[in-house]
Design a binder for this molecule. Structure first.
Ligand code: FE2
Length: 600
């Protein structure tokens, strides 16, 4: 059975193709259109998925959309009417947006793909999140928690799933919390207040939180109140996101927390104002963590299950994930590589396969590499046309040369095989560097990523070596498989892992199993032989404002525009011209010296 899943029209559109119960391809539209967070109907992603399997739309048995548009419209309409007359300005816009393209999804999909309307199915948004986290995890029974900004009405759902071998898969949602009461919207409101872009800058709030103290946590608890049944409500007097798209927080919110940050002013942590923003980030982070830990703990007690599958955009918060693992009582916490809305494209396709059609369970390969493959030949061609020194090199030599480059302090763009699905570079579209010095961190932030100084970088380490350098609790290595947890760097290693150790002594570590990315694993080993520490800095291969690179030519363009020294794609290696010449000069001088001394 061939099922195409689609997520679209909110942020980060994506498509995924599942054939006979197993994913074949999953890719975000932004990676192909090169427009970050592209929310348009994902035609390029669909084409890529179908092309991978050599299928046409007629060959599909079903096309599944990741939410129920009429329910979502119901929510938008209800909220707009409830807020009237305050919403009169935003009402026409909201209606135009909703009626324009979002409600008529069956017709839109049908007209884009030419498939019959009866082949088009819909899942609820949190069913898609739940499926993306549970049906891709190596567990047969698990509790499920999903949390995001909002889907149709639900913003958080709890339940459990079961997929007995040879039996019928079930995903039962037990309870949900509904809009406007939302952990995702709470965090996004603080993201906007702190001057970052919503749906983009949530990482920045988490990074900034490490520089502050949760001194305003009590104030945050005034805007989000816990209820006796273990859930929460937002005090809507502090918010405006439910009445207008223009502003997410109210004047009362500003009275409570002080003036918002001007997005164009840098955060100066030396000033009282800068520290207030850091404290504010730390406070909302603390309250988010506490709430999630409490809810997860109650779910553990209610289900008695040792495994938790956690999905939705809130599951991108690695600090909260690590606390859930440590404090909720779950032995293992599974967060998929794409827990956000893009991942729903895969989630809704798997949900339709297992639950709507009742197809038998299949193991889903436990990796994030579902995108298009890179072509090293393409890099060779574009580099030679551009006059850059390049070579096509046998793998063992290429790994050794790259390890030498990294040990010499060079920054390497690393493209290998199929692109990651989800926001994190996990070894196929990565920028790699030596993790040892703060200078390297500053250089990457300044010359390559063009981003704020407080943003930390992540380390990657062979899974067998992880506990030597990082304090991983039981289950921590699993959570770190897709960089979903933030854990302490062991104090004795912090000074030697300065580029990847955040100000609070933690790191968002990736623990790499050899089978998942064998070439990166070999590179870690080779680097370890040279430096004594088999850890590399691993950051996503893109510059600020751009999506992760996909094709070799995009990697090359990024390499030419920023401070990356060496680019590897497949078997092709390119070094910056000036660097190559300097190195050749150095080698020539060395051999002259050697010749001189042997002559002497
Ligand atoms: Fe979502």
């Amino acid at each position: 059975m061939k099922i195409l899943g689609i997520s679209a029209h909110y942020h980060d559109s994506a498509a995924a193709l599942v054939i006979d119960g197993v994913p074949v391809c999953a890719v975000q539209e932004e990676r192909l259109s090169r427009s970050k967070g592209d929310a348009t109907f994902p035609l390029a992603a669909i084409e890529s998925c179908l092309g991978r399997a050599d299928l046409g739309p007629d060959d599909l048995d079903a096309v599944v959309f990741y939410e129920r548009p009429m329910l979502k419209f119901d929510r938008i309409l209800t909220c707009a009417l409830r807020a009237f007359p305050r919403s009169w300005r935003s009402f026409p816009k909201a209606m135009k947006n909703s009626l324009g393209e979002k409600v008529w999804m069956r017709g839109i999909i049908s007209s884009h793909l030419g498939v019959h309307g009866r082949k088009i199915l819909f899942t609820e948004h949190h069913q898609a999140h739940a499926a993306a986290s549970f049906l891709t995890a190596p567990t047969r029974r698990a509790a499920i928690l999903t949390a995001d900004g909002v889907g149709e009405w639900a913003t958080l759902a709890i339940g459990h799933g079961e997929r007995p071998a040879g039996g019928i898969t079930t995903i039962d949602i037990l309870r949900e919390i509904r809009f406007p009461h939302s952990l995702g919207m709470l965090y996004s409101t603080f993201t906007a207040y702190l001057g970052f872009a919503v749906n983009e800058g949530e990482y920045k709030v988490m990074g900034l939180a490490s520089y502050g103290r949760p001194s305003m946590a009590d104030k945050v608890r005034r805007v989000i109140r816990r209820t006796p049944d273990g859930a929460f409500t937002l005090d809507l007097d502090y918010f405006e996101f439910h009445t207008t798209a223009e502003r997410s927080y109210s004047s009362r919110f500003v009275e409570l927390f002080g003036p918002p940050r001007n997005p164009y002013e840098p955060i100066d942590l030396e000033t009282a104002e800068g520290r207030r923003f850091a404290d504010c980030a730390a406070s909302v982070q603390r309250v988010l963590e506490d709430t999630l830990v409490d809810m997860a703990r109650a779910l553990r007690q209610e289900t008695g299950l040792p495994d938790l599958c956690f999905g939705g955009g809130v599951a991108l918060n690695g600090v909260a994930n690590a606390r859930i693992l440590a404090e909720s009582g779950f032995e293992r916490v599974f967060v998929p590589p794409a827990p956000g809305d893009a991942g729903c494209a895969l989630g809704c396709a798997l949900y339709a396969d297992r639950i709507h059609f009742g197809n038998p369970d299949r193991e889903v390969p436990d990796h994030p590499f579902w995108g298009p493959a890179v072509n090293g030949r393409e890099l060779a061609q574009v580099a030679s046309e551009d006059g850059q020194p390049m070579g096509e090199i046998e793998d063992g030599v290429l790994i050794d040369q790259t390890a030498d480059d990294l040990a010499a302090g060079l920054v390497v763009g690393w493209m290998d095989g199929a692109m990651e699905f989800g926001p994190r570079a996990l070894g196929h579209r990565s920028i790699l560097a030596a993790p040892h010095s703060a200078e390297m961190r500053d250089r990457l932030n300044r010359d390559i990523k063009y981003r704020e100084q407080f943003r930390p970088f992540a380390p990657v380490v062979p899974i067998e070596m992880a506990s030597r350098y990082f304090d991983l609790p039981p289950g921590g290595a699993r959570l770190a498989r897709f960089m979903s947890g933030v854990f302490p760097v062991k104090p004795e290693w912090r000074s030697r892992l300065a580029a990847v150790t955040h100000v609070d002594g933690t790191a968002r570590v990736q623990t790499l199993e050899k089978g998942m990315a064998p070439r990166l694993y070999a590179l870690l080993e080779a680097y370890g032989q040279r430096s004594g520490i088999p850890v590399l800095l691993n950051t996503s291969f893109n510059v600020a404002g751009e999506p992760l690179v996909n094709r070799a030519v995009e990697g090359y363009s990024t390499f030419r525009r920023c401070g990356i020294d060496v680019l590897v794609a497949g078997q092709t290696r390119v070094m910056k011209c000036a660097l190559q010449q300097a190195r050749l000069k150095e080698e020539a001088a060395c051999s002259r010296n050697a010749a001189g001394s042997s002559a002497g």
